[in-house]
Write a protein that binds this ligand. Structure first.
Ligand code: ZN
Length: 278
């Protein structure tokens, strides 16, 4: 079944990277898109963003919903001092998410080249445990996003839903769950089972969609828009929904190619592809 309307569509601001937060809000609203997932670069003044107070004000007056602030995480580090800094930064992310009225902070958990992955995972667990009391006081959910194994050296030591599950099972906190991003897990032979287990436990917090381009020209910024690639988007969505997921379908596309397009035309294509191909 294809979608009938845009009522469950959310677009990540990074998808339209050339736009400011104000431009994202204006264009998403005018096309009837009900939600937007906010990346920190559009609010962080050091990256050209408008600051958290203005961002919160713009979002409040827009009536757009904000499923997620993207992104916190990056817990592992060789020195204890750096690990402590990472916790502080994550607490700030949680504060920002609360200010924006977001539901969750997405965690790209981090990794350190040459650090054994099991040590990195131990540090991630420790970092999340330290962060949770603050998340609890702000009522912000933390969603671990497993990343494709090609990012295991430097971005994420959590590469499958199974490893994310090991964390939420071990930590056991109602505010800790996972984001399923089709780009990162579409090939996982355990996908069906893991969707079922996460859904059953109420741990499927987010669902990110895009497509896997054949051939991929860059590991970081050559994602396809839904319908450009080979992922069985409908099949995965049906499984996610059968597992009880009722949240937004968040379009997250890093693409040098599309960032060079006229962004309004691109956004119109995003809505068409959402309806036809996801
Ligand atoms: Zn994602």
């Amino acid at each position: 079944m294809s979608h009938n309307d845009l009522s469950r569509l959310s677009v990540h601001t990074m998808t339209n990277r050339p736009w400011s937060l104000a431009e994202c809000i204006e264009n998403y609203s005018s096309l009837g898109i009900p939600a937007m997932s906010v990346w920190r670069n559009v609010i962080n003044p050091e990256e050209g963003g408008i600051g958290i107070d203005k961002a919160a004000q713009l979002i409040r007056t827009s009536h757009l919903q904000v499923p997620a602030l993207v992104r916190g995480g990056f817990f592992p580090a060789s020195a204890a001092e750096q690990r402590a800094k990472a916790i502080d930064l994550n607490r700030r992310c949680v504060d920002e998410a609360a200010a924006l009225g977001a539901d969750m902070v997405v965690l790209v958990v981090g990794a350190v080249p040459h650090m054994p992955l099991d040590e990195a995972r131990r540090q991630v667990e420790d970092g999340i445990i330290q962060l949770l009391p603050h998340a609890e006081s702000c009522r912000i959910r933390l969603a671990i996003e497993p990343l494709h194994p090609m990012y295991a050296a430097d971005w994420s030591c959590i590469n499958r839903l199974r490893e994310a599950r090991q964390l939420w099972e071990s930590i056991q906190h109602e505010l800790l769950g996972v984001v399923l991003d089709v780009y990162h897990v579409w090939f996982d032979p355990e996908l069906d089972q893991e969707i079922h287990l996460a859904g059953e436990a109420g741990k499927l917090f987010g669902f990110h969609i895009c497509d896997w381009r054949v051939e991929t020209r860059s590991l970081r910024s050559d994602r396809g828009l839904m319908g450009d690639g080979c992922i069985d988007l409908r099949g995965i969505r049906e499984k996610v929904e059968a597992a009880g997921f009722t949240g937004f379908h968040e379009v997250e596309v890093f693409s040098e190619e599309y960032w060079n397009w006229d962004q309004r035309q691109y956004l119109e294509l995003i809505t068409r592809r959402y309806l036809e191909a996801s």
